[in-house]
Ligand binder design. Structure first.
Ligand SMILES: NC(=O)c1ccc[n+]([C@@H]2O[C@H](COP(=O)([O-])OP(=O)(O)OC[C@H]3O[C@@H](n4cnc5c(N)ncnc54)[C@H](O)[C@@H]3O)[C@@H](O)[C@H]2O)c1
Ligand SMILES: [Zn+2]
Ligand SMILES: [Zn+2]
Length: 379
């Protein structure tokens, strides 16, 4: 089969690989019909995630058709159209039982923090991902959901990560009626977090980025205020100024370790690799939330250290909430929201690119070319 293949930082290509096989009675094999590239894949692509092995296939946002099932699989049958959460979860460990499907204790033998994730380096279990014609899905009775008959495939693929992650970002922010929410990052995740902030009762939503076409998009889509940090001088001072000098009630970091905006962080985090990428957006979030406020982090940071202003967290009495999204926990509610039109995910997909052109797709998305918000690969 053809699959995306990682060759080293900034180098991916399509290659012939062996067909995935059933390795456990509860595995299924899925023929992929759509697979998105995520901002999280860019951390891998930019060489920021430890133990990203040459030869691995990325892709944790995919949907497809079941073509083979192991002997113990009960929930799925051949021919079912499924959407597959990006987390690999056993459904039975103490963490899965609490709904912490992103922190499954069984699916990632390489770590005790994050559970398994498709196509996300050996720090997330070493599974191959779905940017391929076929993919092996372990714990097939746990993760995959049948795609409702009337659901658009683009909506379905965005339910594997983007919609739940944007929603959980807002949920972890503990947003209350009347709150001002600032979202750092106008990528797909920040856009969806801004959209979902309203569902929790925010009365003001502000998005910060530096890419104009994304700011234009989120302004209309969320809808919200949107500012280019390059024109603000000091973004923290600007946010304080427009919030009566108190700061925002809730700040969401939807950027993660690949942030721009600080020379210091760029040099220490992305050039010299003295810290795990650049925590610039997290700095801004901590410094521009009000005293007693909440910072919600969905932007991904690696297992190694980052320079974070922990003194300000203590002295301002900030609550920090963060996690990988528990997609399975949120799916029933979010499938309903999409079906009722409360959330309309598909406008985020701006590019439909044949799997064959995967290296071009990564280049466009990574360099934010051609007004790209979210690319989907079609095998
Ligand atoms: N926690 C989870 O479960 C989960 C799931 C999916 C994605 N993520 C993470 O969410 C983050 C965003 O993902 P995405 O797909 O939207 O990525 P993306 O790369 O498309 O978007 C990131 C955006 O952040 C902007 N940005 C860079 N530096 C900034 C700064 N200092 N302040 C404000 N904006 C800045 C970029 O210009 C870009 O538009 C990534 O870190 C990704 O790994 C986490
Ligand atoms: Zn993703
Ligand atoms: Zn588990």
């Amino acid at each position: 089969m053809r699959a995306m293949n990682y060759r080293g930082p900034f180098r991916v290509r399509i290659e012939e690989k062996p067909m995935p096989e059933i390795l456990h009675p509860n595995d299924a094999i899925i023929k992929v019909t759509r697979a998105c590239i995520c901002g999280s894949d860019l951390h891998l692509y930019h060489g920021l995630v430890p133990d990203t092995r040459v030869g691995s296939t990325f892709g944790h946002e995919f949907i497809g058709v079941v073509v083979e099932i192991g002997p113990s699989v009960q929930k799925l049958k051949i021919g079912d159209r499924v959407l597959v959460p990006f987390n690999i979860s056993c459904g039975q460990c103490a963490f899965c039982k609490q709904g912490l499907y992103g922190n499954c204790h069984e699916s990632n033998s390489m770590a005790t923090a994050v559970g398994g994730i498709y196509g996300y380096s050996h720090t997330a279990g070493g599974y191959n991902g779905g940017q391929a014609e076929y993919v092996r899905v372990p714990y097939a009775d746990v993760g995959p959901e049948i795609i409702p008959e009337n659901m658009h495939q683009d909506d379905a693929v965005l339910l594997t990560d983007v919609v739940p992650t944007g929603y959980q970002a807002a949920e972890m922010g503990g947003i209350k009626t009347g709150d001002t929410v600032v979202v750092f990052g106008a990528g797909p995740i920040g856009i969806m977090a801004a959209r979902c902030a309203w569902l929790f009762g925010a009365t003001r939503v502000i998005v910060i980025d530096h890419i104009e076409y994304r700011l234009d998009f989120v302004k209309k889509y969320a809808p919200c205020e949107a500012y280019n940090y390059k024109s603000l001088g000091d973004p923290v001072r600007f946010i304080k100024k427009i919030t009566d000098w108190f700061g925002a009630d809730v700040c969401i970091d939807a950027v993660g370790s690949d942030a721009s905006g600080s020379l210091l962080h760029t040099i220490t985090g992305k050039k010299l690799l003295l810290q795990a990428g650049a925590a610039t957006a997290l700095h801004w979030a901590v410094n521009s939330v009000k005293k007693g406020g909440i910072v919600s982090i969905v932007g991904v940071y690696g297992p190694t250290d980052n320079l974070v202003p922990i003194g300000n967290v203590v002295n301002k009495g900030i609550t920090i909430r963060a996690n990988q999204t528990s997609v399975k926990r949120l799916l029933p509610r979010l499938i309903e929201h999409v079906q009722n039109g409360v959330i309309d995910p598909k406008p985020l997909i701006t590019h439909r690119i044949p799997l064959q052109e995967v290296s071009e797709a990564y280049r466009i998305f990574s360099s934010k070319l051609d007004n790209c918000i979210k690319p989907v690969l079609i095998p």
